[in-house]
Design a protein. Sequence first.
Length: 622
Amino acid sequence: MCGIVGYVGPKEAAEFLISGLRRLEYRGYDSSGVATISLEGRLVVAKTSGRIERLEARLADSPAPGHIGIGHTRWATHGAPTDGNAHPHVGGENTLAVAHNGVIENFQTLKSRLTAEGYQFQSATDTEVIAHLIDSCLKRQPAVDDMAAADYRPLVAAVQEALAQLQGTYGLVIVFRDWPDVMIAARLGSPLIVGVGPEEHYVASDASPLAGYTDKIVYLADHELAVLTCDSLRVIHRDQGHIRHNIHVLDIEAGDVDLGTYDHYMLKEIFEQPETIRNAMRGRLDHDAATAKFGGLTLTPRQLRRVERFVLTACGTSWHAALVGEYQIESLARLPVEVEYASELRYRNPPLGNNTLLFGITQSGETADTLAALREMKRKGHPVLAINNVVGSSIAQEADGGIYLRAGPEIGVASTKAFTSQCTILAMLALYFGRLHHLSYHAGTRIIEELMELPDKVQGALDTSDEVKRIASKYADCNNFLYLGRQFNFPTALEGALKLKEISYIHAEGYPAAEMKHGPIALVDGHTPSVFLLPHGPVYDKVMANLQEIKARRGPVIAVVCQGDTEAAALADDVIEVPAVEEFLQPIVSIIPLQLLSYHIAVARGCDVDKPRNLAKSVTVE
């Protein structure tokens, strides 16, 4: 969940390192640091707890010069966020520096052995073990008289020997004091991307730091190690030796990862949703056949028609999207769907039939629990597909096939546009499987028409922002919220409550509206607002009855309703009107005011919207 950057080339490394860390700060932001090799051959390390601004201030006073360097921004796993626990960590007598993302499970055993060898530890992290271990392995390499002629083989051998002893996950970037022109990167279960420039190379945890610097990238896969100098890149696989690397075109631009005119990334990404939904649908709606089409499913229509059951597995916001998908697929395709928390599925042994298809849903493509669940199901012989936003991610590489969200970089820690893109993809999957089975041509055409109108309907929901801001200021001091919806809007209630918890630290719970009277109604008082999702549909009258139960107990009510709904407006304390859509698309429209409500409440409470406490964007640890 940490962010890593690296640079080797003719420029001052620190410039790119700080710029890259700023773009990666969403991956962790409790401490940061850089390490460079100066022209005089000194290993210079600067690191500090807190945000990157503190690191910049330290570098302004004590620069870290050099044309090669690594940087790191941290989400703590081992050891509190202190200056000493910040990365990079040095090995030996300042002979090398390491930046690490991941978790080393056997670090305590290795630490005891290295302590016995005479190494002294200055931190509580697992990463310092890696630095000393590489130094220990390097000392055992044969002496080299001509370093240039050695072709960096001692370094590669030492790193490979150390990696073979590590249990866990890692994305590593390493620089060496006595080899000031080479950097080594290695990956197992934690993403690393190499950027290729003219006489320079970059390394980063994801593509965002590379935008504006290079448009050529190489995705490292598990068990691959990259040896980088300013003018060369070699990739070595643990089992295959030197391998040919493929250069891909970077599909994002600097503007995609900049704030523009918005105050926060979260707000920018909320307002990007009409366009990201269009991107999710682009080229995937077949008007002639009245169905959807996907290029990455890898299974033939004949094979897909034999699917009798779906398992959707995910974590967090993606799990809520999976719940929406359950309603969509069961409604349109009439096929049973089971939604599993990936963190539970990876350790369960559920009975799955031969005709079960599993989808792993994830924004980052690196979520450790989702990746482990997919690997377990794949090991048992089930076809495994992914719904994912990041090309070249671990899940994208390991799944049998899948569908990209095309949502673009999502920087805000609280996911917004990925959720609506996931729900849109799942709606199209429901259409596809429905047309494989019972849906008529006419029904398929009607669904496509509804989907085509969806971006404009979402824009209509975004137009409520000023009204939502007013409502947010009214309730910003409340410390408990209930979110209530039924059928398709039950997952929306869960997601709305999660957004509020994530960025404002307010306790919030989502429930099916009918379940409220089975316990949660005890929480209702004059200081506990209930947010009702009340679009027109088959259960509208039932939810209205639930709303009246809250009002009878003097609970304040915020209602999200269809435009022109005077009945709900007469009962609710505050009303947010959104455009009407078909029931299977309601979560995509109804979630918009809930995202805005959480955003405006968090701003009113003075919270750090894009970097909420204790959270990070990509959860690459268990």
